[in-house]
Design a protein. Structure first.
Lengths: 403, 152
């Protein structure tokens, strides 16, 4: 199957950092940048989708309305989406659906966050029926605990080494050097990674992404609107980046990989295990929707919550066979200049995670990559790109872009 | 000592009193799938919404699927056991019969250097934290003494 495409008319971001200001400020800055980039006036936006933040009180839960109010009420319909790290993709999907259904022609998607220091932890209170609370109380299992279980598994099954993990960080740090939106912009050596404190064996501090403040936004439009708009503004239709697919799948029972924040996997004793793992299904759904395969992908932005997790994505997105990610990395295939650059933005390694903004930021980066305007970090001649991430509690997220 | 020992979470495991812990699961009689933590409302196996859920004791040992440790003290609501903090290991263990992986802390004194994917692990009961009235106990994983070598 192949679904009708939606145009990305504009992309904008507020630089990532630890600014300590209200998240609304970052979202507004990103939205204004995206609107300016698109040439669409705020008063002409027909739908707003906000990606929620859970750590900034009520305005964070109703992000769509919060941003609409901050930009100046126009009566525009809004929605607010939450899917943990996948929130941004959910908000993009809400806007895309609205456009494809013919209910609007142009929509604004915004996500922004202000994060506390240190480990992400659950909301406070005594919540004995919340697995996210219980895993901290009963197991002391933080997010890096789960990343480390996957990393150790790669080492045991495929012979991955801590040097491989460090090489991912070194690559991404170099990619992000010239990205004006990245928070960490300096070279990192393997020795730096090795000298950083161990957090969750085998992962060290520099293997694990930080948490950041940041904001990202895109302006989406129907292809009809985009064509009319570009005619008016003298823009180039051939360089117009489009969304060919959005995947927001959940796992299929039985899910045999331990997922944050769970205590256990599903049982495979009764029903047959699905052909694809959850992470494999995330990319597969996007490819199927677009009628585009992994062999067509030129550039990717994947969720490197840990260095090792980036390697999992190479395989799960079909860039190589299971167990071959380290070979691909070592060959330089995923470095800028290689066959399929991964995380040309610098990834979470250079950004740190701003949860509701991150999946939108991935789409911003690929928009610039496909336009050929990613200065200092351009994947040459890229025409097809895919983003991927996974939010806890079973949220898949992938966006496939073409031009 | 002398304080009553209570499971740190209700209905997920029992304490036979011999130092071990036994996980309480449920089994969907229609599909044969197991659930841990125990599902009590309805089977999550698609296609078996009305299937009966029977309470079962899960296997008390399995093979190590993966492992890590917590070198930094986890944030609240984790309750620190010692001051200063002492890192602990965590394990994800595959129960053969139930074909499910269960996480747990590894007993004190066993670190990642002692662990290898594929080795046999067994469940014990251990103190999670104490307050004035009781000692809250959790299941923890422990390598089987003289355990089998890794087979992965």
């Amino acid at each position: 199957m192949s679904v009708e495409q939606v145009a990305i008319l504009g992309a904008g971001m507020h630089p990532w950092g630890k600014w300590g200001r209200n998240f609304v400020e970052y979202g507004v800055a990103a939205a204004r940048d995206a609107l300016a980039d698109s040439g669409v006036e705020w008063q002409d936006v027909q739908f707003v989708a906000g990606a929620d933040t859970m750590r900034n009180g009520y305005p964070g839960y109703v992000a769509g309305a919060t941003f609409a109010q901050a930009l100046g009420w126009t009566g525009v319909p809004v929605t607010s989406a939450y899917g943990a790290c996948a929130s941004g993709a959910m908000a993009i999907e809400a806007a895309r659906q609205r456009i494809l259904a013919g209910l609007c022609e142009v929509a604004l998607v915004v996500g922004a966050d202000t994060t506390p220091k240190g480990f992400l932890k659950p909301n406070s209170g005594d919540r004995q029926d919340d697995p996210d609370w219980l895993r901290f109380r009963l197991l002391g299992a933080t997010n890096p605990t789960y990343f480390a279980l996957y990393a150790q598994r790669r080492m045991s099954l495929y012979g991955a080494t801590q040097d491989d993990f460090a090489a991912v960080k070194v690559k991404n740090a170099r990619h992000g050097l010239n990205n004006p939106y990245a928070r960490f912009r300096k070279e990192v050596t393997a020795a730096d990674v090795d000298a950083s404190p161990m957090v969750a064996n085998p992962l060290r501090l520099l293997d694990i992404c930080a948490t950041s403040d940041g904001g990202a936004a895109v302006v989406l439009a129907s292809m009809d609107f985009a064509k009319r708009h570009l005619e008016k503004t003298g823009g180039s239709l051939s360089n117009l980046v489009r969304i060919a697919a959005v995947s927001t799948v959940t796992p299929t029972f039985p899910n045999t990989v331990i997922e944050m924040p769970n205590f256990a996997t599903d049982s495979a004793a009764g029903l047959p295990v699905p052909d694809r793992t959850f992470k494999q299904a995330i990319g597969a759904a996007a490819y199927e929707q677009a009628g585009i395969g992994p062999e067509d992908v030129d550039v990717a932005e994947v969720y490197d919550l840990s260095t090792a997790l980036e390697l999992d994505w190479y395989e799960d997105l079909g860039f190589c066979e299971q167990g071959q990610a380290e070979s691909m990395l070592r060959a330089g295939d995923t470095t800028l200049g290689g066959r399929l650059p991964v995380n040309p933005s610098g990834g979470l390694a250079c950004f740190g995670e701003a949860v509701p903004a991150q999946a939108i930021a991935q789409v911003c980066e690929l928009t610039w990559q496909l336009r050929g305007t990613a200065e200092g970090r351009q994947a040459e001649g890229a025409r097809v790109g895919i983003t991927a991430n996974q939010g806890l509690f079973g949220h898949g997220s992938a966006v496939l872009l073409t031009k | 000592m002398g304080k009553p020992q209570v499971p740190a979470v209700e209905g997920w495991f029992t304490l036979p009193g011999d130092g071990t812990a036994v996980l309480t699961g449920t089994r969907c009689t229609g599909s044969g799938t197991y659930f841990f933590p125990p599902e009590r409302v309805m089977s999550r196996a698609p296609g078996f919404p009305d299937s009966e859920l029977e309470e079962v004791e899960l296997s008390t040992s399995g093979t190590l699927w993966s492992f890590t440790d917590a070198q930094y003290q986890p944030p609240e609501p984790y309750i620190p056991v010692t001051d200063p903090y002492v890192p602990f290991a965590l394990a994800a263990v595959l129960l053969e019969k139930e074909q499910l992986v269960v996480m747990g802390q590894v007993v004190a004194g066993v670190g990642v250097a002692d662990l290898q994917v594929g080795m046999e692990m067994t469940l014990v009961a251990d103190t999670l934290y104490e307050d004035d009235e009781s000692e809250d106990v959790m299941w923890k994983w422990q390598p089987v003494a003289g355990g089998t070598e890794a087979q992965s």
